[in-house]
Design a protein around this ligand. Structure first.
Ligand SMILES: *[C@@H]1O[C@H](CO)[C@@H](O)[C@H](O)[C@H]1NC(C)=O
Ligand SMILES: *[C@@H]1O[C@H](CO)[C@@H](O)[C@H](O)[C@H]1NC(C)=O
Ligand SMILES: *[C@@H]1O[C@H](CO)[C@@H](O)[C@H](O)[C@H]1NC(C)=O
Ligand SMILES: *[C@@H]1O[C@H](CO)[C@@H](O)[C@H](O)[C@H]1NC(C)=O
Ligand SMILES: *[C@@H]1O[C@H](CO)[C@@H](O)[C@H](O)[C@H]1NC(C)=O
Length: 367
């Protein structure tokens, strides 16, 4: 081959590569410092803006790259809609993005209107330790959902999202919240916080459709996965859960006219050392919502206090309980008696419902 033809080939090859390789936006090029001390929020947002505005080459999504190192991020709201077909946030496996000990309000990292978002690799450390010690008591006044804020990762009003191979550590409150999304896949992620950290739910999903949570390990101080109002077509498969409060549907029925939960499959889960296994919890208020077509199969439970729990009088702090005249000891729980150890394909018609007088958590294992 002549050198001329070789050159032509090389040029053609380079052009092809440029066409098929996604554009990269490295946060370090925008001023982020992997030094564990400089706030890199401005740099992350600038890189996002550039990636989000990239119209893309041959449909490939631009990459927002976070290399190895420790990045302090005070708070970041990544907003779309984007001109690109989505953004791939690729964090090096030795890259950690960590939060300051205190946050004013709202989520730490938020993606809003981020259709086609993909998050891959790395660690998001919420640094919740100080917050657990001081913040919880003044934020939670009475009942309600005032504390569903300060999530580590909040994804809202987005379509076609995937989150893979990510580690979430020590969130101040929920680790991940998915709100009003369609088509979300969470796969191969790990969520870790101590058993005594308050309200550190793993993944909370609400008002969302077509959500898959696969091959994921969650051990926290609250629910591993919780499904809130308006959620449908959810597949949860190959989950390891514990410590924590188990896998929950609810709490539901807090607001009048709230939508229910429909078509949920939990398949192949191992729950270890959790207070509950599979739970459906509703506040005791008149409500037209419903929970339908829920299937639990191939579930293994080890040292789980309440394997299956349907609580229609949910009121965790026993104060200001709605529609509940007798407070405290009188909450009646419907416990479905499961087999201890392993529950396989239990159909509702095959399990007995019994009404209990006040049941203490530490007595539950006797039933
Ligand atoms: C995209 O570019 C426009 C104009 O250059 C700018 O106003 C907008 O803020 C950019 N988008 C993002 C997400 O930064
Ligand atoms: C990960 O990064 C840290 C510093 O950012 C470094 O000390 C450590 O050696 C790295 N580990 C690996 C396996 O690359
Ligand atoms: C499950 O996730 C782990 C990381 O948490 C990964 O190493 C493994 O390859 C995944 N397995 C499958 C079948 O996706
Ligand atoms: C129920 O959810 C599954 C995902 O687990 C989905 O494949 C199926 O299409 C849904 N069924 C209906 C009727 O929406
Ligand atoms: C009910 O759940 C099953 C899976 O367990 C799913 O295949 C089916 O589509 C669901 N039906 C409805 C009406 O949601």
């Amino acid at each position: 081959m002549s050198s001329h033809r070789l050159l032509l080939l090389l040029v053609a090859f380079t052009a092809l590569l440029a066409l098929t390789t996604a554009a990269e936006y490295n946060v370090v090029d925008y001023g982020a410092r992997p030094d564990g001390g400089t706030d890199s929020a401005g740099a992350f947002l600038a890189a996002w803006g550039a990636a989000c505005n990239d119209t893309g080459r041959s449909g490939s999504r631009p990459v927002l790259r976070v290399p190895a190192g420790r990045f302090l991020l005070s708070q970041a709201y990544f907003k779309g809609p984007c001109r690109s077909a989505g953004v791939v946030v690729a964090i090096d496996n030795n890259g950690t993005v960590f939060a300051p000990p205190a946050l004013d309000s709202k989520a730490w990292i938020m993606f809003h209107h981020a259709d086609g978002l993909a998050i891959r690799g790395g660690t998001l450390d919420g640094q919740g330790q100080e917050y657990w010690a001081f913040g919880f008591n003044f934020l939670v006044t009475g009942v309600g959902h005032t504390y569903i804020q300060l999530q580590t990762l909040d994804i809202s009003q987005s379509k076609g999202v995937s989150v893979k191979q990510l580690t979430l550590l020590n969130s101040k409150v929920f680790h991940m919240a998915i709100f009003d999304c369609t088509g979300v896949t969470v796969q191969g992620i790990q969520i870790i916080a101590p058993a005594n950290s308050p309200n550190t739910d793993g993944i909370h999903v609400s008002h969302s459709r077509h959500v898959s949570i696969l091959n994921t390990t969650i051990g926290t101080g609250d629910d591993c996965v919780s499904l809130g109002p308006g959620t449908s077509n959810v597949l949860i498969r190959d989950i390891e859960c514990g410590p924590g409060h188990g896998i929950s549907i609810g709490s539901l029925g807090w607001q009048d006219g709230e939508e229910g939960v429909r078509n949920v499959t939990v398949d192949r889960a191992v729950l270890t050392g959790t207070t509950n296994g599979l739970r459906i919890k509703t506040w005791a208020m008149p409500n037209s919502g419903s929970v339908t077509n829920v299937s639990f199969s191939r579930i293994t439970m080890n040292r789980v206090a309440n394997p299956i729990l349907v609580d229609q009088n949910y009121c965790p702090r026993k104060v200001d309980c709605p529609g509940n005249v007798q407070l405290g000891g009188a909450d009646q729980q419907h416990i479905i008696h499961g087999h201890r150890g392993h529950i396989g394909d239990a159909r509702c018609s095959e399990v007995q419902l019994q009404q209990h007088q006040p049941l203490q958590r530490d007595q539950a294992h006797e039933h």
